[in-house]
Write a protein that binds this ligand. Structure first.
Ligand SMILES: Cc1cc2nc3c(=O)[nH]c(=O)nc-3n(C[C@H](O)[C@H](O)[C@H](O)COP(=O)(O)OP(=O)(O)OC[C@H]3O[C@@H](n4cnc5c(N)ncnc54)[C@H](O)[C@@H]3O)c2cc1C
Ligand code: FES
Length: 271
């Protein structure tokens, strides 16, 4: 795994994905590699505003001639993300990456994985889907959002799922696209129909991750959850991101995670 570095990058592309979310692709002349689940701490501002870097999952890494392209998907929720939204191609950024661990992408004997994303939890899941598709490994991809407008990058997700003969399952809370209801209920229906998965890999809002951890416990399904606890440093120093494990230990999710096996987490995650 490549060591973390503070990369000076330039914005190559910035495009809207929805009324609140956008894609930002940055370019660096340096070689760079990451695994799905790893993240970057991005300096969003000039000088000290905002003071702290913001954590963003890596959505993809590609070599393009002499440069490496690193993709992020961002939801505009506050100061840092709204500054990122205003950046034009060519703007400079600092990005500390790759940080944290990643999803387990191997499966015994070609068994199928369930990839589950809720809203802006898509980036690490889409990165995993595209890596699995490139390796010809089978998976089904479950994408959930509150409304149809908040389902991101559906065509790309469909292409990744189709590449390995997997199903793309869309679910919206309001039923405006795909199956009505939570994405975890859509996964539960597939399990009820007898579909078997070696493991579920998931990222999304905490209520979705808790529902998935519960489902995994009830159905004896292994699951890895990418947690998005608020982070101040991303490197294990500030302890702003601690999570409680089942054995009572408190660990920084930026160092021990952000991906955790659901069964390692404290009972409140699957209560
Ligand atoms: C490992 C990791 C990966 C992440 N990946 C992504 C990603 O790929 N795309 C993306 O859009 N966001 C991602 N996030 C969340 C992102 O870091 C926050 O949304 C961001 O810090 C907000 O910064 P801001 O300055 O725009 O908003 P702020 O002004 O800092 O906050 C605005 C609002 O967002 C809330 N908020 C702040 N941090 C978080 C958080 N971690 N989770 C949920 N709510 C938060 C605040 O409580 C506040 O209500 C990730 C977080 C972590 C820890
Ligand atoms: S973000 Fe500082 S210790 Fe994890």
């Amino acid at each position: 795994m490549i060591a973390r570095r503070d990369l000076a990058v330039r914005v190559a592309v910035r495009t809207d994905l929805s009324p609140t979310c956008f894609r930002i692709v940055v370019a660096t002349p340096e070689p760079f590699a990451a695994v799905p689940g790893q993240f970057a701490m991005v300096a969003c501002g000039e000088g000290l505003d905002p003071l702290l870097r913001r954590a963003y999952s890596i959505a993809g890494v590609a070599r393009d001639g002499e440069r490496t392209l690193v993709e992020l998907m961002v939801k505009e929720v506050g100061r840092g993300s709204s500054r990122l939204r205003r950046l034009a191609p060519g703007a400079e950024l600092k990005l500390l990456a790759p940080l944290g661990n990643g999803f387990t992408l191997t499966a015994a004997g070609g068994a199928r994985l369930a990839l589950v994303a809720g809203g802006i939890g898509l980036p690490p899941v889409l990165f995993a889907a595209e890596r699995l598709a490139a390796a010809g490994a089978p998976f089904d991809l479950f994408l959930g959002a509150a409304t149809a407008a908040e389902l991101l990058d559906v065509e790309r997700a469909a292409a990744a799922a189709a590449a390995c003969g997997g199903e793309l399952v869309l679910a919206t809370d309001d039923g405006s696209r795909g199956e009505a209801g939570f994405v975890t209920a859509a996964l539960a229906r597939r399990l009820d129909e007898g579909r078997r998965y070696e493991r579920a890999l998931a990222c999304g809002p905490n209520p979705m991750l808790r529902a998935l951890a519960r489902l995994a416990r009830e159905r004896s399904l292994a699951a890895e959850l990418s947690l998005e606890e608020p982070m101040g440093c991303g490197v294990g120093v500030c302890l702003g991101c601690v999570v409680e494990l089942a054995d009572g230990r408190l660990v920084p999710s930026c160092k021990e995670g952000p991906v955790f096996e659901a069964s390692r987490l404290a009972a409140r995650w699957s209560a």
